[in-house]
Design a protein around this ligand. Sequence first.
Ligand code: PMP
Length: 349
Amino acid sequence: MLGTIPAYKPGRKAASPSGRSVKLSSNESPYGPLPSVIEAVTRSAADLNRYPDTAATELTGALADRFGVDEDRIALGAGSVGLLQQILEAVAEPGTEVVYAWRSFEAYPLLAGLSGADPVAVPLRGETHDLDAMAEAVTDRTRAVFVCNPNNPTGTAVRESELTAFLDRVPEHVLVVLDEAYREYVRDPQVPDGIAAFADRPNVAVLRTFSKAYGLAALRVGFMVAPPHIATAVRKTMVPFAVNHVAQAAAVASLAAEDELLERVAATVKERERVRDALLADGWELPSTEANFVWLRLGEHTASFAAAAEASGVAVRAFPGEGLRISIGTPEENDAFLEAAREFPHRNR
Ligand code: PMP
């Protein structure tokens, strides 16, 4: 069975003849860890001989305080991708179905397949979730629906009114997972904070991560906020000690330094708009984005653009035949990408 599941390929750095190496392929924060986070990591290293606190007591308490929710509604995982796997382990099995938009985060079909459930991909409408079609795709066999908001890789986001109407149509036996990995980059006030907006729904789980805005991708910490019975079920499917104590300490320190981290997010959002405006001015067509990346639908020119960018030392994420996702980096990194885009002989409009 494993042979039929496409491997998950993380982004990598491009090496160019010029020696330039700019990695804009994995939607990471371009900024290194804050001194306070390094200090917390160093301190926690003194206990490397001990197993971590598997209940992650301090981090769970800090998250409950930060988001104004009870601790029994929180579950942790080794990244939000770890939580996605835990969720599917808890709710899916052979003979059931998992619904998601496509194109979206590639882990959805991969992990649905691993759980034995049938992946049900609902095409995007334009570059956005088609929530009507997704509601229509729900059957008696559906156990989970994933809504990636903002969507990876298109950057588009669905609004609160649309999501509310969708949630009203989905039966309670179906768990709706709102994957908000990029929530901190959202600026459209009509795009909901799922934790605040849907807290009273019995079948909604919201996923967040420390990998993007909080800059801890290497440490693998994600969290879920959901009704207590769902959080309990998902906690049970975690590999014991999956979130180690170095990661827990770094996450706690990051929450304590949130103001500073959100300033970095604001800088990334500013750069996102600069990059988008520059691309539009250069004749490209691209959707507006609420995440830390932009999406260029390039069709047949996708692979050649990625190769050209790589030759100039800029790694972007190519979805061959479809388009390119370019993460927002530092101003210098973004300029390197814009220069590569300017030199590309084709445009997509
Ligand atoms: N959800 C989405 C939409 C993502 O894009 C990613 C990372 N690319 C993840 C979840 C997983 O991130 P992590 O496991 O690092 O939390």
